[in-house]
Design a protein around this ligand. Sequence first.
Ligand code: UD1
Length: 420
Amino acid sequence: MSSYVITGKNKLNGEVTIETSKNATLPILAASVMSNGIVTIKNIPNFSDIDNMIKILQEIGVKVNKINNDVTLDASGKLNYTLPKELTSKIRASIFLLGPLLAKLGKASSYMPGGCNIGKRPIDIHLSGFKDLGITVTETSEKIICDASEFTGGKTKLRFASVGATENLIMCACLSYLKTTIIENAAKEPEIIDLCDFINSMGGKIYGAGTDKIVIVGVKQLNGTVYTPIPDRIIAGTYLIGAAMCGGKVVIKNVNPMHNESLIANLISFGCKIDYDSDNIYLESSGFLKANGKQFITNPYPGFSTDLQAQTMAMLSVTDGNNTITENLFETRFKQADELVKMGACIKTDGNVATIYGKHGCLKSSLVNASDLRGGASLVLAALVAEGTTTVQNIEYIERGYDNFDKKLNSLGADIKRIQ
Ligand code: UD1
Protein backbone atom coordinates (compact mmCIF):
# COMPACT_ATOMS: atom_id res chain seq x y z
CA MET A 1 0.00 0.00 0.00
CA SER A 2 1.59 3.30 -1.09
CA SER A 3 0.63 6.87 -0.19
CA TYR A 4 1.06 10.42 -1.38
CA VAL A 5 2.14 12.88 1.29
CA ILE A 6 0.95 16.25 0.05
CA THR A 7 1.72 19.67 1.48
CA GLY A 8 -0.96 22.05 0.28
CA LYS A 9 -1.37 25.68 -0.66
CA ASN A 10 1.08 25.83 -3.58
CA LYS A 11 -0.02 27.49 -6.81
CA LEU A 12 0.28 25.48 -10.03
CA ASN A 13 2.23 27.03 -12.90
CA GLY A 14 3.72 25.64 -16.10
CA GLU A 15 2.94 23.02 -18.70
CA VAL A 16 1.68 19.46 -18.44
CA THR A 17 1.34 16.98 -21.31
CA ILE A 18 -1.67 14.69 -21.21
CA GLU A 19 -1.28 10.97 -21.88
CA THR A 20 -3.25 8.93 -24.41
CA SER A 21 -6.73 7.91 -23.28
CA LYS A 22 -6.93 4.59 -21.41
CA ASN A 23 -10.62 4.27 -22.23
CA ALA A 24 -9.93 4.76 -25.94
CA THR A 25 -6.88 2.47 -26.01
CA LEU A 26 -8.53 -0.54 -24.30
CA PRO A 27 -11.24 -1.16 -26.95
CA ILE A 28 -8.77 -0.29 -29.74
CA LEU A 29 -6.39 -3.00 -28.47
CA ALA A 30 -9.33 -5.42 -28.39
CA ALA A 31 -10.42 -4.43 -31.92
CA SER A 32 -6.93 -5.13 -33.30
CA VAL A 33 -7.77 -8.84 -32.93
CA MET A 34 -10.06 -8.47 -35.98
CA SER A 35 -7.19 -7.48 -38.29
CA ASN A 36 -5.43 -9.85 -40.66
CA GLY A 37 -2.49 -7.46 -40.99
CA ILE A 38 0.03 -5.82 -38.67
CA VAL A 39 -1.45 -3.16 -36.39
CA THR A 40 0.72 -0.57 -34.65
CA ILE A 41 -0.83 1.48 -31.86
CA LYS A 42 1.33 4.42 -30.95
CA ASN A 43 1.83 6.21 -27.68
CA ILE A 44 -0.17 3.82 -25.50
CA PRO A 45 -0.40 4.91 -21.85
CA ASN A 46 1.41 3.11 -18.98
CA PHE A 47 -1.43 1.62 -16.94
CA SER A 48 -1.92 -1.81 -15.40
CA ASP A 49 -5.25 -2.30 -17.27
CA ILE A 50 -3.43 -1.77 -20.57
CA ASP A 51 -0.69 -4.25 -19.58
CA ASN A 52 -3.32 -6.80 -18.56
CA MET A 53 -5.23 -6.35 -21.82
CA ILE A 54 -1.97 -6.95 -23.73
CA LYS A 55 -1.32 -10.10 -21.65
CA ILE A 56 -4.82 -11.40 -22.48
CA LEU A 57 -4.19 -10.75 -26.19
CA GLN A 58 -0.94 -12.74 -25.96
CA GLU A 59 -2.67 -15.60 -24.13
CA ILE A 60 -5.30 -15.96 -26.85
CA GLY A 61 -2.63 -16.09 -29.55
CA VAL A 62 -1.91 -12.51 -30.69
CA LYS A 63 1.79 -11.82 -31.31
CA VAL A 64 2.67 -8.61 -29.49
CA ASN A 65 5.81 -6.52 -29.64
CA LYS A 66 6.08 -3.46 -27.40
CA ILE A 67 8.84 -0.93 -27.97
CA ASN A 68 8.67 1.98 -25.56
CA ASN A 69 5.09 3.19 -25.86
CA ASP A 70 4.35 1.74 -29.30
CA VAL A 71 2.82 -1.69 -29.55
CA THR A 72 2.68 -3.86 -32.66
CA LEU A 73 0.04 -6.61 -32.84
CA ASP A 74 -0.28 -9.51 -35.26
CA ALA A 75 -3.53 -11.46 -34.87
CA SER A 76 -3.27 -13.32 -38.19
CA GLY A 77 -2.34 -16.68 -36.58
CA LYS A 78 -4.54 -19.20 -34.75
CA LEU A 79 -6.55 -17.56 -31.95
CA ASN A 80 -8.31 -19.07 -28.93
CA TYR A 81 -11.90 -17.88 -28.41
CA THR A 82 -11.87 -18.48 -24.63
CA LEU A 83 -10.54 -15.65 -22.50
CA PRO A 84 -8.21 -16.66 -19.62
CA LYS A 85 -9.97 -16.71 -16.23
CA GLU A 86 -7.41 -15.10 -13.95
CA LEU A 87 -6.63 -12.10 -16.16
CA THR A 88 -10.24 -11.42 -17.14
CA SER A 89 -11.16 -11.19 -13.47
CA LYS A 90 -8.48 -8.50 -13.04
CA ILE A 91 -9.73 -6.23 -15.81
CA ARG A 92 -13.36 -5.45 -16.60
CA ALA A 93 -12.44 -4.19 -20.05
CA SER A 94 -11.66 -7.79 -21.10
CA ILE A 95 -15.37 -7.88 -21.91
CA PHE A 96 -14.50 -5.74 -24.99
CA LEU A 97 -12.93 -8.85 -26.52
CA LEU A 98 -16.26 -10.64 -26.92
CA GLY A 99 -17.27 -8.49 -29.92
CA PRO A 100 -13.98 -8.80 -31.87
CA LEU A 101 -13.68 -12.56 -31.23
CA LEU A 102 -17.27 -13.10 -32.38
CA ALA A 103 -16.50 -11.12 -35.53
CA LYS A 104 -13.29 -12.96 -36.31
CA LEU A 105 -13.91 -16.52 -35.01
CA GLY A 106 -17.70 -16.69 -34.76
CA LYS A 107 -17.39 -17.70 -31.09
CA ALA A 108 -16.29 -16.09 -27.82
CA SER A 109 -16.40 -17.10 -24.23
CA SER A 110 -15.47 -15.35 -21.02
CA TYR A 111 -15.85 -15.63 -17.28
CA MET A 112 -18.37 -13.16 -15.84
CA PRO A 113 -16.74 -9.81 -15.09
CA GLY A 114 -17.31 -8.85 -11.46
CA GLY A 115 -18.75 -5.61 -10.12
CA CYS A 116 -16.24 -3.07 -8.91
CA ASN A 117 -15.93 -0.48 -6.22
CA ILE A 118 -18.04 2.12 -8.05
CA GLY A 119 -21.06 -0.19 -8.45
CA LYS A 120 -22.48 -3.41 -9.87
CA ARG A 121 -21.71 -2.79 -13.56
CA PRO A 122 -23.82 -5.52 -15.23
CA ILE A 123 -23.40 -6.46 -18.92
CA ASP A 124 -27.03 -7.16 -19.82
CA ILE A 125 -27.09 -4.41 -22.49
CA HIS A 126 -24.11 -5.99 -24.28
CA LEU A 127 -25.77 -9.42 -24.20
CA SER A 128 -29.28 -8.35 -25.22
CA GLY A 129 -27.74 -6.42 -28.14
CA PHE A 130 -25.85 -9.56 -29.21
CA LYS A 131 -29.12 -11.54 -29.10
CA ASP A 132 -30.94 -8.91 -31.22
CA LEU A 133 -28.28 -9.44 -33.90
CA GLY A 134 -28.74 -13.22 -34.00
CA ILE A 135 -25.92 -14.22 -31.64
CA THR A 136 -26.72 -17.09 -29.26
CA VAL A 137 -25.74 -16.28 -25.69
CA THR A 138 -25.47 -19.03 -23.07
CA GLU A 139 -24.91 -17.89 -19.50
CA THR A 140 -23.89 -20.14 -16.62
CA SER A 141 -23.22 -18.91 -13.08
CA GLU A 142 -19.64 -18.07 -13.94
CA LYS A 143 -19.29 -18.15 -17.74
CA ILE A 144 -20.75 -16.55 -20.87
CA ILE A 145 -20.53 -18.42 -24.17
CA CYS A 146 -21.51 -16.58 -27.37
CA ASP A 147 -21.98 -18.08 -30.82
CA ALA A 148 -22.33 -15.89 -33.91
CA SER A 149 -22.77 -18.63 -36.53
CA GLU A 150 -26.32 -17.37 -37.16
CA PHE A 151 -25.46 -13.65 -37.03
CA THR A 152 -28.21 -11.73 -38.82
CA GLY A 153 -27.28 -8.08 -38.31
CA GLY A 154 -30.34 -5.83 -38.39
CA LYS A 155 -31.34 -3.37 -35.71
CA THR A 156 -30.74 -3.17 -31.95
CA LYS A 157 -31.83 -0.34 -29.68
CA LEU A 158 -29.93 0.05 -26.39
CA ARG A 159 -32.13 0.58 -23.30
CA PHE A 160 -29.36 2.89 -22.04
CA ALA A 161 -26.50 4.48 -24.04
CA SER A 162 -23.78 2.26 -22.54
CA VAL A 163 -20.26 3.01 -23.76
CA GLY A 164 -18.98 -0.55 -23.47
CA ALA A 165 -22.09 -2.12 -25.03
CA THR A 166 -21.97 0.30 -27.98
CA GLU A 167 -18.29 -0.62 -28.54
CA ASN A 168 -18.88 -4.38 -28.27
CA LEU A 169 -21.86 -4.28 -30.65
CA ILE A 170 -19.97 -2.22 -33.23
CA MET A 171 -17.09 -4.68 -33.15
CA CYS A 172 -19.17 -7.87 -33.37
CA ALA A 173 -20.73 -6.59 -36.63
CA CYS A 174 -17.58 -5.46 -38.47
CA LEU A 175 -16.72 -8.68 -40.32
CA SER A 176 -20.19 -9.95 -41.28
CA TYR A 177 -19.67 -9.41 -45.01
CA LEU A 178 -22.38 -7.28 -46.67
CA LYS A 179 -24.69 -7.51 -43.64
CA THR A 180 -25.85 -4.20 -42.18
CA THR A 181 -26.20 -3.57 -38.45
CA ILE A 182 -27.84 -0.50 -36.93
CA ILE A 183 -27.32 0.49 -33.29
CA GLU A 184 -29.90 2.94 -31.97
CA ASN A 185 -29.54 4.97 -28.77
CA ALA A 186 -25.79 4.40 -29.17
CA ALA A 187 -23.38 6.14 -26.80
CA LYS A 188 -21.69 9.24 -28.32
CA GLU A 189 -18.45 9.44 -26.32
CA PRO A 190 -15.26 10.60 -28.15
CA GLU A 191 -13.75 7.17 -27.34
CA ILE A 192 -16.42 5.58 -29.55
CA ILE A 193 -15.58 7.89 -32.44
CA ASP A 194 -11.91 6.98 -31.92
CA LEU A 195 -12.65 3.24 -31.98
CA CYS A 196 -14.61 3.64 -35.23
CA ASP A 197 -11.87 5.80 -36.79
CA PHE A 198 -9.40 3.06 -35.87
CA ILE A 199 -11.52 0.26 -37.37
CA ASN A 200 -12.22 2.33 -40.49
CA SER A 201 -8.46 2.92 -40.86
CA MET A 202 -8.18 -0.90 -41.17
CA GLY A 203 -10.83 -0.92 -43.92
CA GLY A 204 -14.01 -1.11 -41.82
CA LYS A 205 -17.27 0.53 -42.84
CA ILE A 206 -18.80 2.26 -39.83
CA TYR A 207 -20.94 5.35 -40.20
CA GLY A 208 -22.51 7.75 -37.69
CA ALA A 209 -20.06 7.39 -34.76
CA GLY A 210 -20.62 10.29 -32.37
CA THR A 211 -24.37 10.28 -33.07
CA ASP A 212 -27.00 8.09 -31.45
CA LYS A 213 -27.41 5.95 -34.59
CA ILE A 214 -24.42 3.95 -35.77
CA VAL A 215 -24.51 1.88 -38.97
CA ILE A 216 -22.00 -0.90 -39.59
CA VAL A 217 -21.66 -2.59 -42.97
CA GLY A 218 -19.67 -5.82 -42.64
CA VAL A 219 -16.48 -6.16 -44.68
CA LYS A 220 -14.63 -9.34 -45.74
CA GLN A 221 -11.48 -8.58 -43.79
CA LEU A 222 -9.64 -5.84 -41.93
CA ASN A 223 -6.06 -4.88 -42.80
CA GLY A 224 -3.11 -3.50 -40.85
CA THR A 225 -2.83 0.14 -39.74
CA VAL A 226 -0.77 2.58 -37.69
CA TYR A 227 -2.90 4.54 -35.22
CA THR A 228 -2.55 6.96 -32.28
CA PRO A 229 -5.56 7.04 -29.92
CA ILE A 230 -6.97 10.34 -28.62
CA PRO A 231 -5.64 12.15 -25.53
CA ASP A 232 -7.29 11.41 -22.18
CA ARG A 233 -10.05 13.98 -21.61
CA ILE A 234 -10.58 12.87 -17.98
CA ILE A 235 -6.92 13.37 -17.06
CA ALA A 236 -6.99 16.75 -18.84
CA GLY A 237 -10.14 17.66 -16.91
CA THR A 238 -8.52 16.62 -13.61
CA TYR A 239 -5.52 18.93 -14.18
CA LEU A 240 -7.83 21.78 -15.24
CA ILE A 241 -9.88 21.41 -12.06
CA GLY A 242 -6.71 21.16 -9.94
CA ALA A 243 -5.24 24.33 -11.44
CA ALA A 244 -8.56 26.17 -11.03
CA MET A 245 -8.60 25.21 -7.33
CA CYS A 246 -4.92 25.98 -6.58
CA GLY A 247 -4.65 29.12 -8.64
CA GLY A 248 -1.85 29.83 -11.12
CA LYS A 249 -1.30 29.71 -14.84
CA VAL A 250 -1.07 26.36 -16.65
CA VAL A 251 -0.95 25.06 -20.19
CA ILE A 252 -2.55 21.64 -20.69
CA LYS A 253 -0.86 20.15 -23.78
CA ASN A 254 -1.92 17.26 -26.04
CA VAL A 255 -5.64 17.67 -25.45
CA ASN A 256 -8.74 18.11 -27.61
CA PRO A 257 -10.49 21.15 -26.03
CA MET A 258 -13.82 20.14 -27.66
CA HIS A 259 -13.86 17.00 -25.45
CA ASN A 260 -13.92 19.20 -22.32
CA GLU A 261 -16.24 21.91 -23.62
CA SER A 262 -18.77 21.85 -20.78
CA LEU A 263 -16.06 21.73 -18.09
CA ILE A 264 -14.33 24.73 -19.71
CA ALA A 265 -17.63 26.68 -19.73
CA ASN A 266 -18.17 25.86 -16.04
CA LEU A 267 -14.65 26.85 -15.00
CA ILE A 268 -15.05 30.19 -16.80
CA SER A 269 -18.33 30.75 -14.93
CA PHE A 270 -16.49 29.95 -11.65
CA GLY A 271 -14.03 32.82 -12.36
CA CYS A 272 -11.18 31.23 -14.37
CA LYS A 273 -9.75 32.68 -17.57
CA ILE A 274 -9.48 30.01 -20.27
CA ASP A 275 -8.30 30.05 -23.85
CA TYR A 276 -7.50 27.18 -26.19
CA ASP A 277 -6.27 26.22 -29.65
CA SER A 278 -6.51 22.90 -31.47
CA ASP A 279 -4.49 20.89 -28.92
CA ASN A 280 -3.70 23.09 -25.91
CA ILE A 281 -5.80 24.63 -23.14
CA TYR A 282 -4.52 27.73 -21.30
CA LEU A 283 -5.99 28.32 -17.84
CA GLU A 284 -5.41 31.17 -15.40
CA SER A 285 -7.03 31.13 -11.97
CA SER A 286 -6.77 33.29 -8.85
CA GLY A 287 -7.74 30.23 -6.80
CA PHE A 288 -10.86 32.03 -5.57
CA LEU A 289 -13.85 30.29 -7.16
CA LYS A 290 -17.53 31.21 -6.89
CA ALA A 291 -20.69 29.39 -8.00
CA ASN A 292 -24.16 29.17 -6.55
CA GLY A 293 -27.22 27.07 -7.27
CA LYS A 294 -25.49 25.00 -9.93
CA GLN A 295 -26.70 21.44 -10.49
CA PHE A 296 -24.18 18.99 -11.86
CA ILE A 297 -25.99 15.90 -13.14
CA THR A 298 -23.91 13.04 -14.53
CA ASN A 299 -25.12 11.79 -17.90
CA PRO A 300 -23.72 10.12 -21.01
CA TYR A 301 -21.56 12.37 -23.25
CA PRO A 302 -21.92 15.28 -23.96
CA GLY A 303 -23.45 15.50 -20.47
CA PHE A 304 -21.41 16.04 -17.29
CA SER A 305 -19.00 13.08 -17.06
CA THR A 306 -19.29 10.67 -14.14
CA ASP A 307 -15.51 10.31 -14.41
CA LEU A 308 -15.12 14.01 -13.42
CA GLN A 309 -17.80 13.93 -10.72
CA ALA A 310 -15.48 13.29 -7.76
CA GLN A 311 -12.93 15.91 -8.84
CA THR A 312 -15.80 18.42 -9.29
CA MET A 313 -16.97 17.62 -5.74
CA ALA A 314 -13.50 18.48 -4.40
CA MET A 315 -13.60 21.76 -6.34
CA LEU A 316 -17.11 22.65 -5.14
CA SER A 317 -15.95 22.09 -1.53
CA VAL A 318 -13.67 25.13 -1.85
CA THR A 319 -15.90 27.16 -4.21
CA ASP A 320 -17.88 29.84 -2.40
CA GLY A 321 -21.57 28.93 -2.76
CA ASN A 322 -24.01 26.02 -2.44
CA ASN A 323 -24.29 23.56 -5.32
CA THR A 324 -25.48 20.01 -5.97
CA ILE A 325 -24.19 16.94 -7.76
CA THR A 326 -26.49 14.12 -8.90
CA GLU A 327 -24.78 10.83 -9.79
CA ASN A 328 -26.93 8.98 -12.30
CA LEU A 329 -24.55 6.35 -13.63
CA PHE A 330 -22.95 4.41 -10.78
CA GLU A 331 -24.49 3.44 -7.43
CA THR A 332 -21.54 3.88 -5.10
CA ARG A 333 -19.61 6.74 -6.58
CA PHE A 334 -19.77 9.20 -3.65
CA LYS A 335 -17.15 7.38 -1.58
CA GLN A 336 -14.86 10.42 -1.68
CA ALA A 337 -17.49 12.55 0.09
CA ASP A 338 -16.77 11.17 3.59
CA GLU A 339 -13.04 11.63 3.07
CA LEU A 340 -13.53 15.23 1.90
CA VAL A 341 -15.71 15.85 4.98
CA LYS A 342 -12.82 14.53 7.14
CA MET A 343 -10.72 17.27 5.54
CA GLY A 344 -13.25 19.93 6.51
CA ALA A 345 -15.63 20.00 3.52
CA CYS A 346 -19.33 20.50 4.18
CA ILE A 347 -21.15 17.90 2.05
CA LYS A 348 -24.54 16.28 2.70
CA THR A 349 -25.45 13.23 0.63
CA ASP A 350 -28.94 11.87 0.18
CA GLY A 351 -29.02 8.80 -2.10
CA ASN A 352 -27.51 9.86 -5.41
CA VAL A 353 -27.63 13.61 -4.65
CA ALA A 354 -24.86 15.50 -2.86
CA THR A 355 -25.22 19.09 -1.70
CA ILE A 356 -21.90 20.85 -1.29
CA TYR A 357 -21.80 23.94 0.93
CA GLY A 358 -18.55 25.35 -0.43
CA LYS A 359 -16.17 27.71 1.31
CA HIS A 360 -12.81 28.94 0.09
CA GLY A 361 -10.00 27.73 2.36
CA CYS A 362 -12.14 25.26 4.34
CA LEU A 363 -9.89 22.20 3.82
CA LYS A 364 -7.35 21.08 6.44
CA SER A 365 -4.79 18.27 6.45
CA SER A 366 -5.94 14.77 7.31
CA LEU A 367 -5.25 11.08 6.73
CA VAL A 368 -7.56 9.94 3.90
CA ASN A 369 -8.12 6.80 1.84
CA ALA A 370 -8.58 6.47 -1.91
CA SER A 371 -11.16 3.78 -2.63
CA ASP A 372 -11.47 4.15 -6.40
CA LEU A 373 -9.62 5.82 -9.26
CA ARG A 374 -11.45 9.15 -9.69
CA GLY A 375 -12.44 9.45 -6.04
CA GLY A 376 -8.76 9.06 -5.18
CA ALA A 377 -7.79 11.79 -7.66
CA SER A 378 -10.32 14.12 -6.02
CA LEU A 379 -8.58 13.63 -2.65
CA VAL A 380 -5.24 14.59 -4.21
CA LEU A 381 -6.81 17.78 -5.59
CA ALA A 382 -8.31 18.55 -2.19
CA ALA A 383 -4.93 17.98 -0.50
CA LEU A 384 -3.29 20.41 -2.95
CA VAL A 385 -5.38 23.28 -1.52
CA ALA A 386 -5.62 22.08 2.10
CA GLU A 387 -3.80 23.75 4.98
CA GLY A 388 -0.88 21.55 6.17
CA THR A 389 0.23 18.07 5.09
CA THR A 390 -2.31 15.44 4.00
CA THR A 391 -1.62 11.74 3.46
CA VAL A 392 -3.66 10.03 0.74
CA GLN A 393 -3.47 6.24 1.18
CA ASN A 394 -4.15 3.44 -1.33
CA ILE A 395 -2.84 5.45 -4.28
CA GLU A 396 -2.62 2.25 -6.37
CA TYR A 397 -6.23 3.04 -7.32
CA ILE A 398 -5.21 6.49 -8.57
CA GLU A 399 -2.22 5.20 -10.49
CA ARG A 400 -4.51 2.90 -12.53
CA GLY A 401 -5.56 6.00 -14.47
CA TYR A 402 -2.95 8.75 -13.95
CA ASP A 403 0.61 8.21 -15.18
CA ASN A 404 3.26 9.92 -12.99
CA PHE A 405 0.54 11.99 -11.26
CA ASP A 406 2.88 13.05 -8.42
CA LYS A 407 5.78 13.92 -10.73
CA LYS A 408 3.59 15.87 -13.16
CA LEU A 409 1.92 17.85 -10.35
CA ASN A 410 5.32 18.51 -8.73
CA SER A 411 6.61 19.85 -12.05
CA LEU A 412 3.78 22.41 -11.84
CA GLY A 413 4.82 23.46 -8.32
CA ALA A 414 2.93 21.02 -6.07
CA ASP A 415 4.66 19.37 -3.08
CA ILE A 416 3.92 15.62 -3.22
CA LYS A 417 6.07 12.79 -1.89
CA ARG A 418 5.26 9.20 -2.83
CA ILE A 419 5.95 6.74 0.00
CA GLN A 420 5.65 2.92 0.12
C1 UD1 B 1 -17.07 3.45 -19.54
C2 UD1 B 1 -15.76 3.98 -19.04
C3 UD1 B 1 -15.89 4.51 -17.61
C4 UD1 B 1 -17.04 5.51 -17.52
C5 UD1 B 1 -18.31 4.93 -18.10
C6 UD1 B 1 -19.46 5.94 -18.17
C7 UD1 B 1 -14.21 2.54 -20.23
C8 UD1 B 1 -13.17 1.47 -20.15
N1 UD1 B 1 -14.79 2.90 -19.08
O1 UD1 B 1 -17.40 2.34 -18.70
O2 UD1 B 1 -14.66 5.14 -17.24
O3 UD1 B 1 -17.26 5.84 -16.14
O4 UD1 B 1 -18.07 4.46 -19.45
O5 UD1 B 1 -19.08 7.06 -18.89
O6 UD1 B 1 -14.47 3.09 -21.29
N2 UD1 B 1 -24.91 -0.75 -17.63
C9 UD1 B 1 -25.86 -1.74 -17.47
N3 UD1 B 1 -25.79 -2.83 -18.28
C10 UD1 B 1 -24.82 -2.97 -19.23
C11 UD1 B 1 -23.85 -1.94 -19.37
C12 UD1 B 1 -23.92 -0.84 -18.56
O7 UD1 B 1 -26.75 -1.65 -16.62
O8 UD1 B 1 -24.82 -3.97 -19.95
C13 UD1 B 1 -24.96 0.45 -16.75
C14 UD1 B 1 -23.72 0.53 -15.85
O9 UD1 B 1 -23.88 -0.26 -14.68
C15 UD1 B 1 -23.68 2.01 -15.55
C16 UD1 B 1 -24.16 2.64 -16.88
O10 UD1 B 1 -24.89 1.61 -17.55
O11 UD1 B 1 -24.61 2.32 -14.54
C17 UD1 B 1 -23.06 3.16 -17.76
O12 UD1 B 1 -22.16 2.12 -18.06
P1 UD1 B 1 -21.29 2.08 -19.39
O13 UD1 B 1 -21.56 3.29 -20.22
O14 UD1 B 1 -21.45 0.75 -20.02
O15 UD1 B 1 -19.83 2.20 -18.78
P2 UD1 B 1 -18.55 1.34 -19.14
O16 UD1 B 1 -18.48 1.10 -20.61
O17 UD1 B 1 -18.48 0.16 -18.22
